[in-house]
Ligand binder design. Structure first.
Ligand code: GFP
Length: 834
């Protein structure tokens, strides 16, 4: 076919290549990108070159949609959600963007035509690990669902040069390796050197009279660095909407100190640059003591300052006067890490834009909402007043003034209740005075929410009881959700295809409640058989990966019993270890009749400084080494530890699990989101009444969920009346023998001391009541084994879990936020004509 050689036709031809969805356009763009960006041709391209070319080809299609979204949002002054989060655990982009664009199949066929393998290209991507766990992954799911639900949004965060460490297992111990994710370049981001804001630290404040003769304060920082924007487009599923993830990188204002250089101080000349760039260098791991983490406070201030300045800039460029700022923007604080944004917006409105306190507070308070993610006291941030004074003196003044006015309000409501005032103050008095970030977040926000029904209730009844009594209308619940695009369609394409075939449509991917249509087919032998086939294939895939990664051979016919999440004592990975040891002892004693062959699979990282969590990892691997090498038992049970649990590896685990372990002490896990991901992939849950487990159980039905253990209330009651784990140890012979076996040195080449810190802690303190729930857990596991023997019943339960899990889509969570918290309506982008 010949194309008329006019400028118009050339233009449209070119446009089609860069943005078209046909195989021809994709192929041409892929080859162009390989050539023009990577400087390669097919025959010599490395796997990385191919991945880059595929990523750029996909990105070309995102950019077109992004520009259109930005144009519409700008011209219509669309109300916009700003999601402020110190963490985004994004996972690899390529596969998920292909799904959301609807071009996976075309991309696969193009690859085949070019004699390439799409899966290997996808596998080549290194994920940005810019988060620790649940909170960061939630932010990533929310970004995708915001776009899918067509809600205009900007995600703000930090572009850490080094994300969460890579985990290796050496001699059974976790070893941390640097995550140099930017080493080979990041094709998804676009640097915006001109979107750049100064951020100050240190120095002093001073009073002056403004032109109207009023006394005002201003801040003279000692140090100023710059925050530069790096933008990543986030596409929704089956929509043209693309939102923006804007991450800030710290740079020195002057990259080179010429004065130092001229006086011969070559190293000093670049020192400021190095110091400034340290701020966005590395993600802090969870569960490390807060003390001394000055850099962390600097990071928090850094990203909220850039974000607030950016929001003001955007507002002034579009709508104009700042009086309507809170109509244009709503800012969601993802935990307290960005709580300083409240103070920074006040500072900007007061000091840079000359507003009165009341006017500034009126706007600020209407702008923010806050999500709490934990009740654990050690995870609630406080910062020393001294540190604040040194680093952010103007902010401390503003915090004092917010506090003074706030406490006056409390006094009016609760006359004479000094204890309450003391508890509610933004400043904790004591040997060292500290700023309470959670109190600041509550006071500065118009809405506060927990992340599951139980958690939100506990937030109101315990952590923020005083605040809920003062402002009952401020507290809400939005149960978490996860995106089915990544965790079903990308992670488990076989299951997705089977669902589509069974329901006769793909609409469930956008409207997850429609999975309910599966229920009508639950008793069909054909579906059950295919369901099993799909699960078995996923188990085979995982077994092959595990064999290659760890050397451990798993039998796909056995029950895959998986616990994958951050390591923490409250999540009780050690409870599962006690179960493994019980199985081991039973088999050794010839009592295997009520067991089924099981593969016990773990995944998860421990914070580098959290000794007990690391010891749990060592224990699992130690027990695994004995079991996996003992021919008497390894036909029955195997233990495998998946190294480096991250989003990418999680996608291998969820589809293959038969049983999902959600066994935290009730009242401790705010929500959990792994519980949703497993259930969406047809795993049955064994769990306590904790976090979102409660709602998952209600949704899938009591009969399709293995429940055990104390309720949150019972646990609290036991704690208050004096919990004595020692008595469980003494009175339960099996429990005693399991713990004694750990201490016998059997799993540690005769070393009887290595696991003592763990076992002594269990027997003497047991803060998360492992021993109190041990018996109930074991009994419940017996029921699991019995049920698994009945394949048909198990499969039916598995199908029902998937059919009834629709509520836990992050699309639903975003719609809840939009309606009840943000008061925002979707803004669809019209598809391109033709
Ligand atoms: C926290 C809570 C989880 C909750 C997530 C998301 O996770 O229960 O599901 O936040 O709300 F602990 P981490 O960031 O602590 O892993």
């Amino acid at each position: 076919m010949s194309t008329p050689n006019t400028p118009e036709s050339l233009d449209s031809e070119r446009e089609r290549t860069r943005t078209g969805m046909s195989k021809a356009a994709l192929k041409q763009d892929f080859l162009d990108n390989l050539f023009y960006i990577q400087g390669r041709f097919l025959e010599v391209a490395t796997p990385h070159d191919l991945y880059m070319a595929a990523a750029f080809t996909t990105r070309d299609r995102l950019l077109e949609r992004w520009v259109k979204s930005a144009q519409l949002f700008k011209s219509s002054h669309a109300r916009t959600v700003c999601y402020l989060s110190a963490e985004y655990l994004l996972g690899p982009h390529l596969a998920s963007n292909l799904v959301n664009l609807g071009i996976t199949e075309n991309a696969r066929e193009v690859s085949e035509e070019l004699k390439l393998d799409l899966d290997s290209i996808i596998e080549e991507e290194e994920e940005p690990g810019l988060g620790n766990g649940g909170l960061g992954r939630l932010a990533a799911c929310f970004m995708e669902s915001l776009s899918t639900c067509e809600v205009p949004a900007i995600g703000y965060g930090i572009r850490y040069e080094f994300g969460i460490f890579d985990q290796a297992i050496e001699d059974g111990w976790q070893v941390e390796k640097t995550d140099n994710w930017l080493r080979n370049g990041n094709p998804w981001e676009i640097p915006r050197p001109k979107i750049c804001f100064p951020v100050g630290y240190g120095g002093h404040t001073e009073s002056y009279r403004d032109e109207r003769g009023q006394m005002r304060q201003r801040w003279q920082p000692e140090l100023e660095i710059n925050g530069v924007a790096y933008d990543t487009p986030i596409l929704g599923y089956g929509t043209e909407n693309v939102n923006l993830l804007r991450l800030w990188k710290a740079e020195a204002s002057e990259s080179f100190d010429f004065q130092a250089f001229n006086t011969g101080d070559y190293y000093g000349a670049v020192y400021a640059k190095i110091e400034a760039e340290t701020i966005s260098k590395v993600l802090y791991p969870n569960d490390e003591p807060e003390i001394g983490k000055e850099l962390r406070l600097k990071q928090q201030y850094f990203f909220v300052s850039c974000s607030m300045q950016d929001m003001i800039r955007l507002h002034q460029n579009t709508v104009g006067p700042l009086e309507s700022f809170a109509d244009k923007f709503v800012a969601q604080l993802n935990d307290t890490h960005p709580a300083l944004a409240v103070v920074e917006l006040m500072r900007l409105l007061l000091d840079a834009h000359g507003m009165s306190w009341d006017q500034a507070w009126g706007i600020t308070h209407r702008t923010f909402c806050y999500t709490n993610h934990t009740l654990l006291p050690e995870a609630l941030e406080t910062w020393s007043v001294n540190l604040f004074e040194r680093l952010l003196p103007r902010h401390l003044e503003i915090i004092y003034e917010i506090n003074r006015r706030f406490l006056d309000e409390v006094r009016v409501h609760f006359l004479g209740d000094e204890a309450r005032i003391w508890r509610m103050s933004l400043i904790a008095e004591g040997d060292e005075r500290r700023v309470r970030m959670a109190n600041l977040a509550v006071v500065g926000s118009q809405a506060v929410n927990g992340v599951a029904e139980l958690h939100s209730k506990l937030v109101k009844a315990t952590l923020f009881k005083d605040f809920a009594e003062l402002w009952p209308g401020r507290f809400h619940n939005v149960t978490n959700g996860v995106t089915p695009r990544r965790f079903m369609v990308v992670a488990n394409p076989r299951l997705a295809q089977l669902i589509t075939k069974t329901c006769g449509h793909e609409d469930w991917i956008r409207d997850l409640e429609r999975l309910r249509e599966l229920e009508a087919h639950v008793d069909e032998a054909g579906l059950q058989e295919q369901w099993l086939t799909v699960k078995r294939a996923a188990k085979q895939d995982l077994a092959a990966w595990m064999k290659q990664a760890t050397g451990v051979q798993l039998d796909p016919e056995s029950l895959f019993d998986v616990q994958a999440k951050r390591f923490h004592e409250y999540k009780r990975q050690h409870l599962k270890v006690l179960h493994i040891i019980r199985c081991y002892q039973r088999i050794k004693q010839g009592l295997s009749q009520d067991l089924v062959p099981r593969a016990f699979i773990f995944g998860g990282k421990a914070a580098p400084g959290y000794f007990m969590a690391k010891l749990m990892i060592k224990l699992i691997n130690a027990v695994g080494a004995v079991i996996n090498n003992d021919p008497h038992v390894n036909g029955w049970i195997r233990v495998a530890f998946m190294p480096d649990f991250n989003v990418k590896n999680g996608q291998r685990l969820y589809p293959a699990a038969d049983l999902s372990e959600q066994i935290s002490l009730a009242g401790k896990e705010a929500s959990g989101t792994g519980n949703m991901k497993f259930s969406m992939n047809g795993a049955l849950t064994i769990g306590t009444l904790d976090g979102a487990n409660v709602e998952i159980r209600e949704a899938v039905g009591e009969d399709n969920f293995f429940l055990f253990g104390m309720t949150a209330e019972e646990a609290l009651q036991r704690q208050m009346t004096g919990y004595r784990p020692w008595e469980h140890y003494q009175s339960d012979a099996k429990l005693k023998s399991d713990i004694d076996l750990i201490n016998s040195g059997l799993f540690s080449h005769g070393d009887t001391q290595i696991f003592r810190p763990l076992t002594d802690n269990l027997v003497n303190h047991d803060p998360f009541m492992v021993l109190a729930d041990y018996r109930a857990y074991l009994d419940c596991q017996k029921t699991v084994s019995e049920t698994y023997k009945d394949t048909q019943r198990w499969t039916r339960m598995s199908i029902l879990n998937v059919a009834r899990i629709g509520h836990f889509s992050s699309d639903r969570a975003i719609r809840d936020y939009a309606e009840h918290i943000w008061k925002i309506t979707p803004k669809p982008i019209e598809p391109a004509a033709g």
